[in-house]
Design a protein around this ligand. Structure first.
Ligand SMILES: Nc1ncnc2c1ncn2[C@@H]1O[C@H](COP(=O)(O)OP(=O)(O)OP(=O)(O)O)[C@@H](O)[C@H]1O
Length: 462
């Protein structure tokens, strides 16, 4: 797109500092809620921002609107008659919201409006909804009450309510109607940008589609740009021209919605899409099961942040295992290194397994052996541990096999550190070492996955 964006967000970061051990603790952690996101919103377009809960979508919106102060980055807003501005000699930009003074911020807040998930909390229960919607024009200097009333009544009708609703109170409206009221209030100052943060998530499924259709109609009628935030990728598909996918504080893929949905270039996007139920009988419906838990934004994984859960995580030079086995090995490694799997937990699993299968524990079996009974060997124990942790009985790759066998033996011998060190050494992935850069996939479709680097095999999303 060659036209000037209405909004350009560049390398935006918001890190929260919180104390680890309570109010009086000196130990602090830095939560990298938003960690360097960049995107543009063009005039009249709807851009979707999608990702799991906690990935930083709301923080992106609130930092961008300066409802919370961003840690760093630029937010260039070319609306409000500010278009065509060029950078100052010192490199700063006159339209950078992060540098706006009070007056500029007031004007920006008129031009960029926010609606969010729960409209109830944003209406004063003691005020008629007409007065609530008309409050902003009053604050911005529209003194004539009749004119204000006429504008509000017109807006109420445009959002699917009626002029007579003006004198009613918030409790008289349903959730969907309150979201319509929130839209009326957001639009009363004729903004250029609407940020809609999960606007339908709290609503009954039966009315979600109506509200989405309304946002779409209003976008056209008011010539609005919309930044639409949702954890639900199928809702984004309904409404948005372009889609940005966010994971753990970063955007990992962005592009025209059709391209992102039809030809996802990042494994995380693929996984999100695979979770969407489809009525299409031709669809293979392969659900990608993401392993591992979502890492904390206070201690994000090195390299590609998604590598700890990625089903396409790269195998190092010389290793050629079945991809699902490779994923399981890395999961095992992660858990042993993190101390989640240690000698004690292994013994516990072993005991549970022996009991479940009607066997005796090792000491009784060994006693039985002295009486000429059947003996349970270390090899049996190792096999049980491998099965308990979803590891194959043997691996085709001899080096990998040796590393797993050694680690299991070390765990059985109570040597947790040796197990962890051996696995950490043996199983490495380039994805943990290299921060992926964005690669271009045509028509503004970009993704940050190191599989797209020319020195790695191509990525087949199919
Ligand atoms: N005030 C705060 N102090 C510390 N951490 C915060 C604060 N606000 C948000 N976070 C953390 O920042 C991360 C991003 O939160 P954010 O609400 O932006 O995510 P989200 O994608 O919008 O998720 P959700 O849809 O659940 O709101 C989370 O780990 C959250 O716990």
């Amino acid at each position: 797109m060659s036209e000037e964006p209405l909004l350009s967000v560049r390398d935006l970061k918001k890190h929260y500092t919180s104390s680890r051990g309570g109010l009086f603790s000196r130990e602090t952690t830095r939560v990298r809620a938003v960690d360097g996101v960049s995107f543009d919103v063009y005039p009249g377009e709807a851009l979707g921002l999608v990702g799991e809960s906690g990935c930083g979508k709301s923080t992106t919106a609130s930092s961008m609107l300066r409802l919370t102060e961003p840690t760093s980055g630029e937010v260039i807003f070319n609306g409000g008659g500010r278009g065509g501005a060029v950078r100052n000699d010192d490199g700063t930009h006159p339209n950078d919201v992060t540098r706006f003074d009070r007056q500029e911020l007031k004007a920006f807040r008129r031009d960029a409006q926010l609606i969010f998930q729960d409209p109830t909390s944003s209406f004063d229960p003691r005020m008629s909804v007409g007065a609530s919607v008309g409050e902003l024009p009053l604050v911005h200097g529209m003194k004539d009450p009749e004119r204000r009333r006429a504008i509000v009544e017109d807006l109420l009708e445009r959002v699917g309510l009626s002029a007579e609703d003006y004198d009613r109170y918030p409790h008289e409206f349903s959730g969907g109607e309150k979201q319509r009221l929130a839209l009326a209030r957001a639009l009363v100052l004729n903004p250029e940008l609407l940020v809609a943060d999960e606007p339908v998530s709290a609503l009954d499924v039966s009315i979600q589609a109506d509200i989405l259709a309304l946002i779409d109609d209003l976008r056209t009628a008011f010539g609005l740009s919309v930044l639409f935030i949702s954890h639900d990728i199928s809702v984004v598909r309904e409404l948005c021209d372009r889609t940005a996918v966010m994971y753990l504080g970063e955007i990992v893929e962005i592009g025209p919605t059709e391209a992102v949905f039809e030809n996802p270039q990042h494994p995380y996007t693929e996984a999100l899409l695979s979770a969407v139920p489809t009525p299409d009988p031709r669809s293979r419906g392969d659900h990608i099961q993401l392993t591992g838990s979502v890492p904390s934004p206070s201690d994000p994984p090195s390299g590609c942040r998604f590598h700890t859960r990625c089903h396409r995580v790269i195998q190092p030079e010389g290793v050629d295992l079945d991809q699902s086995v490779w994923r399981r090995l890395l999961d095992f490694r992660e858990r042993v290194v993190a101390g989640d799997i240690d000698a004690e937990s292994v013994r516990e699993r072993l005991r549970a397994d022996v009991e479940a299968h009607g066997g005796a524990d090792a000491s009784t079996e060994r006693a039985a052996a002295n009486d000429g009974g059947e003996v349970r060997t270390d090899a049996d124990d190792a096999a049980r541990v491998r099965a308990a942790y979803d590891l194959p009985a043997t691996l085709s790759d001899p080096t990998a096999e040796r590393a797993v066998a050694d680690a299991v033996a070390a765990l059985l011998a109570g040597e947790d550190d040796r197990a962890a060190a051996g696995l950490a050494d043996a199983f490495t992935t380039p994805c943990a070492e290299t921060v992926p850069e964005f690669t271009d996939h045509g028509a503004g479709h970009r993704a940050a996955c190191i599989r797209h680097r020319p020195d790695y095999d191509g990525f087949d999303a199919g």
